[in-house]
Each structure stands twice: as structure tokens, then as C-alpha cells.
Design a protein around this ligand. Structure first.
Ligand code: CA
Length: 233
């Protein structure tokens, strides 16, 4: 998983329909979602990619959710884990808590409920400090990637999800010139060869909200190259 400015969720779920539904829903809410279809792959990715949060189904092929969770904690990983269980058995909850699960959701559940739990877990895992986990600061710009909120000089910016994702990408790599190809791959998940016009259009819209109302520009065009976010004279 490359840095895309988004909070990264690893979904370990073997039921393709449910996985697709959750991936789409979380994607629309601005999360970057990877789906692993079995416990073994899920554990490998969880250890290798360090996601911000893991949504873990209990019943999985190759390695069940309990075992994935136990291995993850044994490896010292504190990644928040939301378990999905088909049964609302007290024994399951006790077992999961003993293994270090952070929260539970019993299937079937409403997407809104899952989203609320995800946001809650991400908030809880924030480290205290001047900038909490999930927050990006560039000059007087603050981006809260958990709540998908952007402010400049304390003033809330009204951004679409795509504009927010674009700004978060630029903020995560502030001071670095990002080419249109890099932006296209990160935000649109596709390989652009020629049609980068869509990026210019989004940058224009973002700039109108981010820079036009303020005396100092943050988003700069590097001619023939791409875009960079930062404070410049
Ligand atoms: Ca399952």
C-alpha cells in the first residue's frame, strides 16, 4: 500500500459480496481499503503493510480470525481490530477480548454501524500530542483524515471526497512535487497515460477553495512537472 493520504483499512473477509460492499462503502468515505480473502494472506498483509485498522472476519479459510488476531498480537502489533462474528455468543466475545480484539460487530449489521465503530476505533488509537494520528498539518492547513475535515486558519473547507483525497495526498507528501501520473494512480486507482486533464480540473476546484480565500497560497504548480503543497514565498 503506497501513501495515498488516506487512512488504510485492511479487510479480511472471504465472502466476496460482503467484502465488495464494505470496500465500496469505506472507499466512498475516503478510506483506502485492501481486501484479503483468507486468514493467511490477511495476516501476511497485516504484518507487512501496517494498516491503520483491521476488520477481521472470524470464519475464514486457511486461518481463522482468532488465529490471525492471536498471531498479530504475538508479533507485538497494536493495530486496532474490529472483529466480525456471525454469532453473538458471550463465549466468542470473551475469547476475542482475551486475544486482544478492540471491538465486535455481529453479522448482519448496517453499514452505518460499521462506519461508526471504525471511526471510533481510529479515534481511540490516536496518539496524544500536538498532531494526533491521522492529522496532517501544512502551514495553517489542518487535515483530519479520520473525520475527513480540512481547515485553514481554523476555517472549515467544504471539499468533495475526491478533493479531500487529493489534498490529503499532497499534504502527506508536502514539499514534494507530485506528477499527474502519481496523483492519478493514488486518487483514481488507475494508470493514466495521457488524459491528465481530469487532475487539472480537480486541482483548479481545490485551489478555489483552499487558496483563493486566503492571502498565502499553499498549492503550487511546477510547470511541466506537477503540483506541490507547501509554504513558499
Ligand atoms: Ca467468513
Amino acid at each position: 500500500m503506497l501513501g495515498t493520504g488516506r487512512m488504510k483499512v485492511l479487510l479480511i473477509e472471504d465472502e466476496a459480496k460482503a467484502a465488495g460492499y464494505l470496500r465500496r462503502g469505506l472507499g466512498e468515505c475516503g478510506f483506502g481499503v485492501d481486501v484479503a480473502g483468507d486468514g493467511e494472506t490477511g495476516l501476511d498483509w497485516a504484518l507487512a503493510e501496517s494498516p491503520d485498522l483491521i476488520i477481521l472476519d472470524v470464519l475464514l479459510p486457511r486461518r481463522d480470525g482468532w488465529s490471525v488476531l492471536a498471531e498479530l498480537r504475538r508479533a507485538g502489533r497494536k493495530t486496532p481490530v474490529l472483529m466480525l462474528t456471525a454469532r453473538d455468543a458471550v463465549a466468542d466475545r470473551v475469547k476475542g477480548l482475551g486475544l486482544g480484539a478492540d471491538d465486535y460487530l455481529v453479522k448482519p449489521f448496517a453499514f452505518a454501524e460499521l462506519l461508526a465503530r471504525v471511526r471510533n476505533l481510529l479515534r481511540r488509537s490516536e496518539t496524544p500530542g500536538p498532531t494526533a494520528a491521522g492529522e496532517l498539518v501544512v502551514g495553517d492547513l489542518r487535515l483530519d483524515r479520520i473525520r475527513h475535515k480540512a481547515t485553514r486558519a481554523g476555517q472549515l473547507l467544504d471539499l468533495t471526497p475526491k478533493e479531500f483525497a487529493l489534498l490529503a495526498l499532497l499534504a502527506e507528501r508536502a514539499g514534494e512535487v507530485l506528477t499527474r501520473t502519481v496523483i492519478a494512480e493514488a486518487i483514481w486507482d488507475i494508470n493514466f497515460e495521457c488524459n491528465t486533464n481530469v487532475i487539472d480540473v480537480h486541482v483548479r476546484r481545490l485551489r478555489a477553495k483552499l487558496d483563493d480565500p486566503f492571502p498565502r497560497r499553499l498549492l503550487h504548480t511546477v510547470r511541466g512537472c506537477g503540483y506541490v503543497l507547501g509554504e513558499r514565498e
